[in-house]
Ligand binder design. Structure first.
Ligand SMILES: *[C@@H]1O[C@H](CO)[C@@H](O)[C@H](O)[C@H]1NC(C)=O
Ligand SMILES: *[C@@H]1O[C@H](CO)[C@@H](O)[C@H](O)[C@H]1NC(C)=O
Ligand SMILES: *[C@@H]1O[C@H](CO)[C@@H](O)[C@H](O)[C@H]1NC(C)=O
Ligand SMILES: *[C@@H]1O[C@H](CO)[C@@H](O)[C@H](O)[C@H]1NC(C)=O
Length: 425
């Protein structure tokens, strides 16, 4: 199969003109035009519609698309934001024997394209990031893991890398045939052990493992709103199901203050001194609420393109009743829950009421120990401020505002209203 030179040059020029900003940040990387055509590197993304600023794959239209067997694979997306319990939900899927799971691959896109702005609101940056993200997700759902290599630093040699973000969170990447260190058992491997003991990740083997599994699940915390995913959701080659995970913004704020100590330093000063620093970056809070509001309004308005593809899950409901809620999630996905998922829930949650404090997944330990523990950590001032800022979304999601410090600290008074969000079928 030959690439047509005219087509290659034309498309490359068009791509350069449009995505110049992005490419500029990647000058250390040669702008590859039509690598050796094969289903692996030309498949999914062929055609001038490609959005990614990386590589001129557009010339490879000899291999139109993978023949996606939509009746076979489900492409699961956990759409969330940081510190909302997404790692826990990711694990609920990762434990399933038929699921190939990836923990936040968009991390690599962000660090490559927008290294200096971790939560950029700049419209141009955002467009570039979203275009690249959709492209990457599209190819990952097709098990084209080579595509991810363009974003990994240092660039993998011979399709091998030890720099894949949170590789250890993915069961398939820590067990045979991808990793031999733990023998043939498919037992749960600690994330740290996986990283320490497995040889560098062979992306070819990883892609094979992905193809072997019936379903692919990806955790995503770097896409602001579900509307940004419409092109993916509507892509006929994919069979996307979105699980949107939300959490009380007051809980998210509290958890971020504990976790991202540098970035949220000023919030800690506010908490400690009782005075709001004048230079506090309020967008660290408002962005969460705006994104939730946008997403949830879209999701709950039931647009035709989300039919059968959208389920809203409140973290607090999951935390109260993990087994039941997980069954609902699996039901929505059309998968049967297997034994290992159930076992994992048993091990990682205490009874079926609270998520255990003593288990290995950081998120389970911190944010899930008690979904309402933020009430003892935030000052009333901060809570009041958050409530004012996020009023609409609190109401929409069924989180009650408190009117006094006493109410805030009185944990026998639940702030989570009973509210049922049925999947949009
Ligand atoms: C899709 O997968 C199913 C189950 O593996 C198989 O029976 C069917 O023939 C496949 N369809 C196509 C078009 O490949
Ligand atoms: C990649 O593979 C080639 C051929 O097998 C070998 O010569 C080269 O040293 C390898 N590069 C690295 C970085 O391992
Ligand atoms: C990665 O795995 C593939 C498939 O088994 C193999 O052909 C290749 O040599 C491996 N690459 C390295 C660098 O070991
Ligand atoms: C806490 O709230 C409960 C339920 O509304 C109430 O009965 C109780 O008196 C409150 N406790 C305090 C110390 O205010």
């Amino acid at each position: 199969m030959q690439c047509s030179w005219k087509a290659v040059i034309l498309l490359a020029l068009a791509s350069i003109a449009i995505q110049y900003t992005a490419i500029r940040t990647l000058t250390s990387k040669p702008f590859q035009l039509c690598p050796v055509p094969s289903p692996q590197n030309c498949g999914l993304l062929g055609g001038p519609g490609t959005e990614s600023p990386i590589e001129g794959r557009a010339g490879c239209d000899d291999y139109p698309y993978f023949s996606f067997n939509a009746s076979r694979k489900t492409h699961i997306m956990v759409l969330a934001t940081t510190r909302s319990g997404s790692s826990f939900v990711g694990q609920l899927l990762n434990q399933h024997a038929d699921v190939f799971y990836l923990f936040e691959p968009l991390y690599h896109v962000q660090t490559t394209l927008i290294p200096r702005l971790s939560h950029s609101r700049n419209a141009a940056d955002r467009r570039v990031m979203l275009g690249a993200s959709r492209d990457l997700l599209r190819s990952l759902y097709g098990c084209d893991l080579y595509f991810l290599e363009s974003y990994i630093k240092p660039a993998p040699a011979n399709h091998t890398t030890d720099k894949l973000f949170r590789r250890g969170a993915s069961r398939a990447l820590c067990s045979q045939p991808v990793c031999d260190a733990f023998g043939p058992t498919n037992a749960n491997v600690e994330e740290g052990d996986c990283v320490k003991k497995c040889a560098a990740l062979n992306m070819t083997l990883a892609a094979d493992a992905c193809r072997e599994k019936r379903h692919v699940a990806i955790k995503v915390v770097r896409v602001p709103e579900i509307g940004d995913l419409r092109a993916l959701v509507e892509d006929p080659r994919l069979n996307i199901k979105v699980i949107q995970l939300v959490r009380d913004p007051r809980g998210i704020l509290s958890s971020r203050i504990e976790t991202f100590r540098d970035t949220y330093r000023l919030w800690r000063i506010w908490r400690a001194t009782g005075r709001r620093p004048y230079n506090l970056d309020l967008s660290q809070l408002t962005v969460v609420c705006e994104d939730f509001l946008g997403s949830v309004s879209t999701g709950l308005s039931h647009p035709h393109w989300l039919k059968g593809k959208y389920m809203l899950v409140r973290y607090e409901d999951l935390s109260r009743n993990p087994l039941l809620k997980t069954m609902e999630i699996y039901d929505f996905l059309g998968l049967s829950m297997d034994k290992s998922v159930e076992e994992w829930i048993q091990t990682n949650t205490r009874g079926s009421t609270e998520l255990s404090a003593k288990h290995k997944y950081g998120t389970v330990r911190d944010s899930a120990a008690n979904a309402e523990s933020w009430r003892l950590k935030l000052s009333y001032d901060m809570v009041e401020y958050t409530q004012a800022t996020c009023q609409k979304v609190l109401h929409q999601l069924g989180y009650k505002a408190v009117k006094s410090a006493e109410e805030l600290k009185n944990l026998s008074l639940s702030l989570v209203q009973d509210k049922t969000f049925v999947p949009f079928l």
